[in-house]
Design a protein around this ligand. Structure first.
Ligand SMILES: [Ca+2]
Length: 366
């Protein structure tokens, strides 16, 4: 993988959006409240909401989504924090472009809905259209630590949820539950499924494959660990993460976002902030030897890029393949690796990057 700069001169850019697949423009969202449009080497202001946005820390203008029919209706949506009547709120608003499609009309704001924010942090922040034409919104648990108001597990609260909105009515509905701070998510273009990064507190960063009405556990669980209470929770009440790694351990940082990418080199990659850590959760066939399969057995391997030890593999009946590094928590198996490794199990595999001491969980195959 190689990175190269394509545009510069932005102040705290937090999101990049595109207006359809044929439009070469990039729209760069700056946290303080400005959106800039990039075309080739030209950078121009698209919309300036700095007079409305309260920014700083996890607050600000956090994302932008163009309506699927933007070419016809000129509509787009933003998510930002604002103080109104002394109270901090999340605003999800619709705007329209002006006669010049590269300049938005700041007076066109139509507020779809607002959500009171009891604390300054955990504002979620993404608006993104799904393949079904609905607008999806990631809402954090309201902030502080350990979700003191238990918003994420409260079905009556819009905090700690993924919301689904019909932009025509603007009415948010709870689509999935139990998130701490779902900063970014994306839709797998192959299957339409949502992949979401839920930022952890101090133990686990996680990637969730989000299903409608799913409950992803916070603040009872942090990843696959009991959190509130720290012992004796029931993991089977919740959907486990598709992948997770320890927070702030050996240079790993919060899960930032990512995309499902179907290729041989790198599949399902999710990036973490401020380190080189990448956790890639692979799904689908892992290339297990046919011989193993035909014998009614599964291959479990540890090796791959960065793995300092000798590659290990097991070809064994599912119930007997329990390598010494593993342990079982709830319905998941765990492996801990001192260096990078590839772990595959029952046709699913997790790739753990070099230089990190981390752990991975995959649903047990039985
Ligand atoms: Ca969770």
């Amino acid at each position: 993988m190689r990175l190269e700069p394509v545009a510069s001169g932005f102040e705290l850019p937090v999101h990049v959006a595109f207006r359809g697949t044929q439009d070469p423009r990039w729209f760069v969202v700056e946290q303080a409240g400005r959106i800039q449009v990039v075309l080739g080497s030209q950078v121009r202001p698209f919309l300036d909401l700095r007079g409305r946005v309260e920014t700083g820390g996890e607050k600000g203008l956090l994302s932008l989504a163009f309506h699927p029919q933007v070419a016809q209706n000129g509509l787009f949506y933003v998510n930002y924090t604002r103080r109104e009547g002394g109270r901090l709120k999340t605003f999800v608003s619709e705007f329209r472009t002006s006669a010049d499609p590269d300049v938005a009309d700041p007076a066109s704001e139509r507020v779809l809905f607002t959500v009171d924010q009891p604390f300054r942090n955990h504002n979620g922040g993404l608006v993104l259209f799904g393949p079904d034409g609905f607008l999806y919104v990631g809402m954090g648990d309201g902030g502080s630590a350990d979700d003191p108001l238990n918003n994420a597990q409260n079905p009556a609260s819009l905090l700690g949820k993924v919301l689904r909105v019909d932009p025509r009515t603007g009415t948010p509905q709870v689509w999935a539950t139990g998130f701490r701070n779902p900063w970014r998510f994306s839709f797998d273009r192959g299957t339409g499924r949502m992949f979401l990064g839920d930022v952890g507190q101090d133990r686990r960063e996680e990637v969730d494959v989000v299903e409608p009405r799913g409950n992803y556990g916070w603040a009872v669980m942090e990843g696959t660990l009991c959190n509130k209470p720290e012992v004796g929770c029931d993991p089977l009440r919740f959907r486990p993460p598709a992948a997770e790694y320890p927070t702030h351990e050996d240079g790993t940082c919060s899960v930032t976002g990512g995309y499902v990418y179907r290729a041989l080199a790198l599949r399902g990659s999710w990036g973490g902030t401020c380190s080189e850590t990448t956790v890639a959760a692979r799904s689908g066939p892992s290339g297990s030897p046919q011989a193993c399969r035909s014998a009614g057995r599964e291959t479990l391997r540890q090796g791959g890029p960065g793995w300092s030890g000798p590659p290990s593999s097991w070809c064994a009946p599912l119930s007997a393949s329990r390598p010494s590094q593993s342990s079982r928590t709830g319905s998941s198996w765990w492996w801990t690796s001192a260096a990078g490794s590839t772990i595959s199990w029952a046709g699913r595999s997790l790739w753990l990057s070099p230089g990190t001491r981390t752990a991975a969980a995959v649903p047990a195959p039985w």
